[in-house]
Design a protein. Structure first.
Length: 171
């Protein structure tokens, strides 16, 4: 059976090198998380014109579904063309033209990290990162001996972090 000090030393070594490895990943997650806070605004976004080929002669209510637009309404129609907020659809040709607000490519790819699902290869990175952060949390308690002032003060900060998060979640 391993001695307690052996476990402490191994936890510290893994914590140290995993921390260095995760620094780059944490930087990207932090930056993209900050950008995502502003996702409902136009902050850092630019107008991009997107053209899509849809089926011809779609009824107005089907155009929104085909373009995957929420709260889709046709503002007006002229001949075969339906006009809606940010774009138009020509029923004769099936061409839909939209002006969308998009983040620059690099920021868009970075924010995709937070949105990855099980259908995305980034899912594995997210799982690895989540488990690594859990290890980080737990191994931090092996950094200092439990009977020291630093450990006791650290516990107060830990409790403070938990309480602050719970307050903000339920306010």
């Amino acid at each position: 059976m391993a001695k307690n000090s052996d476990i402490n030393i191994k936890a510290r070594v893994i914590h140290r090198y995993l921390g260095f490895f995760l620094a780059g990943i944490m930087f990207v997650y932090a930056l993209s998380g900050i950008v995502l806070i502003f996702r409902k605004t136009d902050f850092l976004k630019k107008d991009v014109q997107v053209e899509q080929q849809l089926a011809t002669k779609l009824p107005a209510n089907e155009v929104g579904k085909a373009l995957k637009l929420k709260d889709f309404t046709v503002d007006r129609s002229e001949g075969d063309t339906y006009y809606f907020k940010g774009g138009s659809y020509n029923a004769a040709s099936g061409v839909a033209v939209q002006t969308k607000k998009q983040l620059p490519f690099v920021l868009n790819q970075m924010t995709h990290l937070h949105k990855a699902t099980t259908n995305d290869p980034l899912y594995y990175l997210n799982i690895f990162f989540g488990f690594s952060l859990l290890f980080f949390v737990l191994s931090a308690f092996w950094m200092f001996r439990p009977n020291t002032d630093v450990f006791r003060k650290g516990m107060y900060f830990t409790i403070g972090g938990i309480v602050l998060t719970l307050i903000l979640l339920f306010v």
